[in-house]
Ligand binder design. Sequence first.
Ligand SMILES: Cc1ncc(C[n+]2csc(CCOP(=O)(O)OP(=O)(O)O)c2C)c(N)n1
Ligand SMILES: [Mg+2]
Length: 787
Amino acid sequence: MTREEPKYLKMLERQILWHACWMIHHANNLREAGEVKVGGHQASSASLVSIMTALYFHTLRPNDRVAVKPHASPVFHAIQYIMGNQTLEKIRNFRGFHGAQSYPSRTKDADDVDFSTGSVGLGVAVTAFAAMIQDYLAAKPWAGKRATGRMIALVGDAELDEGNVYECLQEGWKHDLRNTWWIVDYNRQSLDGVVHEGLWQRIEAIFRAFGWEVVILKHGLLQRQAFAEPGGERLRAWIDACPNQLYSALTFQGGAAWRRRLLDEIGDQGPVSALIGRRSDDELAELMNNLGGHCIETLAEAFDAIDHDRPTVFLAYTIKGWGTPLAGHKDNHAGVMNTAQFASFRAGMKVAEGREWDRFCAIDETSGLEKFLAGVPFFASGTRRYRAAKIATPGPVFLDERELSTQAGFGKILDRLAQSDHPLIARIMTMSPDVTVSTNLGPWVNRRGLFARDAKADTFLAERVPSAQKWSFSPAGQHIELGIAEMNLFLLLAAAGLSHSLFGERLLPVGTVYDPFVLRGLDALNYACYQDARFILAGTPSGVSLAPEGGAHQSLATPLIGIAQDGLCAFEPAFLDELSIILDWAFDYIQRDGEGDPDERTWLRDETGGSVYLRLTTRPLEQPKRRNDEAFRRGVIDGAYWLREPGPGAEIVLVYQGAVAPEVIAAAGRLGAIRRDIGVLAVTSADRLNAGWTAAQRARRRGHGSARGHVERLLGDLPRHCTLVTVTDGHPAALAWLGGVGGHRTLPLGVEHFGQTGTIADLYRHYGIDSQTIASIATALTPGPKS
Ligand SMILES: Cc1ncc(C[n+]2csc(CCOP(=O)(O)OP(=O)(O)O)c2C)c(N)n1
Ligand SMILES: [Mg+2]
C-alpha cells in the first residue's frame, strides 16, 4: 500500500456506505403504503463495506471474479456507480422495475456482475467451480493464454449453514482446487439472530481439514495499537472472551455503554482504566468497532500477504450495521433506519438534502481522489463480459440399431462423436456425479479421458486387469469425475456454461444425472439457468420405466420441471433418430445469443438460445422406419409430429411423450379397427409446444392475428368432438394442458403416485399406461363398440 492509499480507501468506504444505505432508504420510501417492503439489508450491506472497498479498490485485478453476498447488492451497485459503470437512473430505481436488482444479477443488472447470487450458499460454491474451469481451460492447447484470476466469494457467516458449501469443499479438495478465496463476513448475525458461540473454531477446523489456508482477521489497526498500550492486553483478553450477543448489544448501545461495561468488568484504577479514560465515548466506540473486517489497512495487508494459489478463507470479524445506528442490533436484518435514525446517520455523514446522489456527497475533501480512482487496477480495462465464437455442429449422428433405449443411444452418439476430429468435439466437456458409467458416458470417457492437472495412469490398465473402463487422467482429458453430490454437478455446469462469458472460451458442457436426482440439485440447476449458463443435461433413467429399481429411483415430477424451468428447453424423445436430431440442434442452441424476437413459425424465442434438458430412459424400444422428411425433422425440434396423421372424422387422438410410445402405438392398432381416422401425435417436447402456444397467444393479443404455435397448427384441423388421450411416464399434467389448445376433451394418463419395483408391464398396468388400459379408456369415452 502506498502511504496515501488508506486515505482514499477510507473516503471511498464512507461514500459507499452512504450510497448503499441511501439507495435502500430511498427504495423503501418510494414504496406506497400497503406495498411489500423487502428486507432492509442496510445492516448486511454495512457489514461488508470495508471488505469490498479494500477488495475492489486495492486488491482485485481484472481477471479476478467475485460472488457478492446477495444482500450486499447495494454495496456492489454503489461501487460501480462511483466508477461510472452503473447509472443514476438504475440506482434511483433500486428494487424497482428495470432498476438495479436487490441481489446482484448477471442477467438483469448492467454493471458487470460476475456471478449472480440470491439463494445463499450457491454463489459461494460456484467460485470454486469457476476456478476448476479456469484450470481446465489453462490445460487446453486451443484456449488462449490469459492471466490467472482469483475466484472470490464474499460469504455471510450464516451462509456457511448451507450444506452445498461443504459438498463443494470436498469436491474442491479432490480436484486440487486453487485460486479460490472465500471471505467470510463474520458479523455473527444471521437473519433471525446471533450465531452460536465458537462457530469460528468449527469453521477454521473444517477449512483446514480440506487443505485451505485460514486467515483470521479479528482486530483492526486501532485495536492492535491499543493492545500495545499499558493495560492493552487486558482489553484484548476481554474482547476475545466477550460473547457474540453481548458484543453486538454493546455495539448497538454505543460509547457510553462500552465505557460502563468495560470499567465494570476490567477497570483497575490503573493502566486499563487510563486506556479507556483517554478516549471519548465516540473514540471508544470507534475502537471497539475496529474489528479486522472494518480496518482497511488490515484487510489490504492480509490480502496482499497471500503469495500462493492454495484456496484461502479469510474469517473477517465485522459488525452488522457498521457505521449506522443499526449496528449490532439483533433485529437489524430486515430493519431499515427509521426517520430519526436516518437523520442522525445523515448528520454524521454530512450529506445535505438534495445532494444524496452526488458521487462524492459524503466526502469533504476529494482532492486527488479522481486521480487515485483512475489508477485502480481492477477497473482499468473496463467491464469484463467476454464472448466466444460459435462453433458449427457436425450434423446429426444417426444410429442403425434396431432396438435400443434413448440412454444407450445417447452413449453411442457421444462415442461416435468422440471418434471425430470435428472442431466442436474438443469443446465438449462432460461431467457426472458418480454415474458416468451407469448413464452410458463410459465409451466417451474411454476415448476422451478424464481431466486432471497432473496426469495419472489407470492402474487397472497398467496391471493388465481387464476392465471396460479405461480411465486415465490427464490435462487433455475432457470428462470431470464428480462425487455423488448433485448440487456440485449443477454448479459445475453453471461455471462451465459461463466459460464463454467469464473466460472468453467456448465450452459445450454435457452433464448426466439420474433423473430423480435432478430434484436434489434443483436449486443449483435453477441458479445455473438464472445466470444464463449454457449446457446440456441428460436426466436418465427416468420414470417408472426404470421398473426394477423401485420408487426411490423413479422420477415423476421432472416433466413438469422441464416445462416450468426458465432458460431450460426440455425434450423427451422416444426414438434414436429423434435424439440424434435433438442433440445436434442442442449443441447449436446452447451457443446462441441472438436477440429476443420470436421465430414467426413457432413463436419460440429460439435465437436467444438457452440450455437443454433431455429426459431419457433405459427402456429399449424397437425403432420405427427412418424418416427423412422435413416435417419430421422440424417437428422433432418444434416439439411434436404426427406419427399417424388423423383422418377428417377422427374421434380419438392418442398423444404420447417418451418411453410409452409402444403402448400408445399398440393401443392405436387395437382402436384402429373400431374407431375411424384415429391419430397418434408423437410429442418430443411438451415444453416447447407449451411455450410456443403461450407465445403465439401473446402475439395475437399484440396484434399478430395470424400467429399460431406449432401445437395449434397440429391440432387445428381436428374435429371439435375429438377426444385427446395423452400418455406419458411422468406426471399426467405434463400433457393435460393440450386440451386447452383447441378445446378438445382430454384424458391425461400418467403416473401420479410413487412407483415401486416390478416389471415394466406390471407397473404400466398398475398405473394405467399399458396399451389395454389406454385403448379401453379411449373407447369408453367415445361412441361405438368397446375395445
Ligand atoms: C437458500 C436461501 N435461504 C434463505 C434465504 C433468506 N436469507 C437471506 S439472508 C439470510 C441470512 C444471512 O445471514 P448471513 O449470511 O450471516 O449474512 P448477514 O445478513 O449477516 O450479512 C437468509 C436466511 C436465502 N436468501 N437463500
Ligand atoms: Mg451474518
